[in-house]
Write a protein that binds this ligand. Structure first.
Ligand code: NDP
Length: 238
């Protein structure tokens, strides 16, 4: 049994990750930001412990991590799923919107790791899983801020894996393709069909298909895997 903290657990991939860890008998805390009702429903469904947190702010993350530790005792597995998307031309992105995307999608990962890592180093054990994106690997037109943030997450994951491997901590990135969650609610049906059409498996993905890979990477079966970017994209990027 593992103690797991999932950020962005109130919806989408994070919520499925909470469900799968809880169903396997692990003890789970998860963060939500705005979706209090969804978080409460997930708590009732799974028994997992919800904590409000804005990953853009280090202080908010520290409070959430402290609350999670007070319930779980310690954290074996950190899954950084909280994130936002952004669509638009570079010439149209305001500086404040650019900062919001980088603060949420990249700095938020750093803040979570920063507040969880010292205890993992002391225990000489731990597992961290970040959520990248195929756009962080290839770049997406009209998603420059998001692509930049996710490329940063991938670089951060690799660097961290090298730094903390000797402390017995594994760090991996799961890099999804287009997954059917609310994050893509602004994407038109035509654009989704075009992506599905360009995907060797001829469809978009489901959040549970990402969550199961996260669970595998957190398991002892993945004990010799660190610093890797595991694509879950139906073959869209090979
Ligand atoms: P959703 O939009 O479904 O869920 C996003 C989650 O992030 C919610 O739980 C939300 O909390 C939380 N969140 C957003 N902003 C903040 C914030 N400032 N502080 C704390 N929590 C926040 O997204 P997905 O589940 O689809 O995405 C999960 C991860 O996977 C993200 O990192 C995303 O970039 C990545 N990903 C997703 C892909 C996809 O196609 N869906 C593709 C590639 C990568 P709340 O609702 O409570 O505000």
């Amino acid at each position: 049994m593992k103690n797991v903290l999932v950020t962005g657990g109130s919806r989408g991939i994070g919520a499925e990750t909470v469900r799968q860890f809880a169903a396997a008998g692990d003890r789970v805390a998860f963060t939500f930001h705005r979706s209090e009702t969804a978080a409460d429903e997930l708590r009732r469904e799974t028994g997992a412990f919800p904590v409000r947190c804005d990953v853009k702010h280090s202080d908010s993350v520290k409070i959430a991590v402290d609350k999670a530790v007070s319930v779980l005792g310690h954290i074996d597995v950190l899954v950084c799923s909280a994130g936002i998307a952004d669509f638009g031309l570079v010439t149209d992105i305001t500086e404040s919107r650019w900062e919001e995307v980088i603060d949420t999608d990249l700095n938020g990962v750093f803040y979570c790791v920063r507040h969880v890592l010292p205890a993992m180093i002391s225990r000489k054990s731990g597992c961290i899983i970040t959520l990248g994106s195929m756009w962080g690997q290839t770049g997406a037109s009209c998603e420059a801020a998001y692509s930049a943030a996710k490329a940063g997450v991938i670089g951060f994951t690799k660097a961290l894996a090298k730094e903390v491997g000797p402390s017995g901590i594994r760090v991996n990135c799961v890099s999804p393709g287009m997954i059917d969650t609310e994050m893509n609610s602004a994407v038109s049906d035509e654009a989704k069909e075009a992506i599905a059409g360009d995907t060797p498996l001829c469809r978009t993905g489901r959040p549970e298909e990402v969550a199961s890979v996260i669970r595998f990477l957190a398991s002892d079966d993945a004990g010799f895997i660190t610093g890797q970017v595991t694509a879950v994209n139906g073959g869209f990027v090979i």
